[in-house]
Design a protein around this ligand. Structure first.
Ligand SMILES: [Fe+2]
Length: 267
């Protein structure tokens, strides 16, 4: 079983790269299951819409995760309760629409749990991610409740992401960070068998400032005339990780970062 996780899709450039390439990339890389964080996929660069979700599901995405921008396109609040393939961080203050965890059954009867979490440091206020994770692991077990568990940890700082990786080590198949839009070069299998990468990077135009128009962003930093951030529209790179999963243990056999196309392509 080979799972592809793609980091934050940004704007029209990120969406079109997925729509135009995902099906062939799935085939080429022999991928069985695809998870995409799409919380920046709207053309404005924040939030996502029902149409984006449906387009993604139609081109091979199995599950969509999100983060702090999940509600920025308000209509998604009505859609998320009807669509169990769309998750929001589990540790949002309750009550909140949607859910942060679901188990998906593949056509060959493999159960894949996907857990969406959000960090506490330099992020919107939400429940303590370590307490929520502990409660979660008290209730669910690898190879009992699901064959594989994939954790999307949407957070700002590397140390908190590193800590969550170790917290789940041996009890998840993959822990991968999202939100910073810059892929880290540390894909590895941790001591107890969980695959890990601090940040998956983004699916967006890297000739930018984390996916946003670079000139406008520079002007904002330099306190010159600027407008609200808006996505860069050059060719996107698809960025994420591919993990080979061991059906016997539920843990990782192999993990590699995945980079395809655009300005980051070094193949
Ligand atoms: Fe984010």
């Amino acid at each position: 079983m080979r799972i592809l996780f793609l980091g934050d899709v940004v704007g029209i450039s990120g969406c079109s790269k997925i729509l135009n390439n995902l099906i062939s990339q799935i085939k080429k890389n022999k991928i069985n299951f695809v998870i995409v964080n799409a919380e920046n996929a709207d053309e404005s660069g924040v939030g996502l819409t029902k149409k984006i979700c449906e387009d993604f599901f139609n081109c091979g995405v199995n599950v969509i995760t999100t983060g702090n921008h999940v509600w920025d396109q308000k209509n998604i609040m009505n859609f998320i309760d009807k669509e169990n393939r769309l998750l929001r961080p589990k540790n949002l203050f309750e009550p909140a629409p949607g859910k942060g965890f679901e188990i998906y059954t593949t056509t060959n009867n493999i159960k894949i749990g996907v857990l969406n979490l959000m960090g506490n440091v330099f992020m919107k206020k939400c429940d303590d991610v370590f307490e929520v994770s502990k409660k979660f692991l008290d209730s669910y077990r690898l190879k009992e409740d699901y064959d594989f568990l994939i954790v999307d940890f949407h957070g700002e700082i590397t140390s908190e992401k590193n800590a969550i990786g170790h917290f789940f080590d041996g009890q998840a198949t993959l822990v991968v960070g999202t939100h910073t839009h810059i892929p880290t070069n540390d894909a590895r299998i941790l001591k107890n068998g969980t695959a890990y990468q601090t940040d998956a990077g983004m699916c967006g135009d890297y000739d930018s400032v984390i996916g946003m128009n670079k000139d406008n962003s520079l002007n904002r930093f330099m306190k010159k005339d600027s407008i609200k951030h808006f996505p860069a529209n050059g060719e996107a790179t698809l960025s994420g990780v591919i993990v080979d999963c061991d059906v016997k243990t539920g843990l990782a056999k192999k993990v590699n970062s995945y980079i395809f196309g655009g300005h980051l392509n070094n193949n």
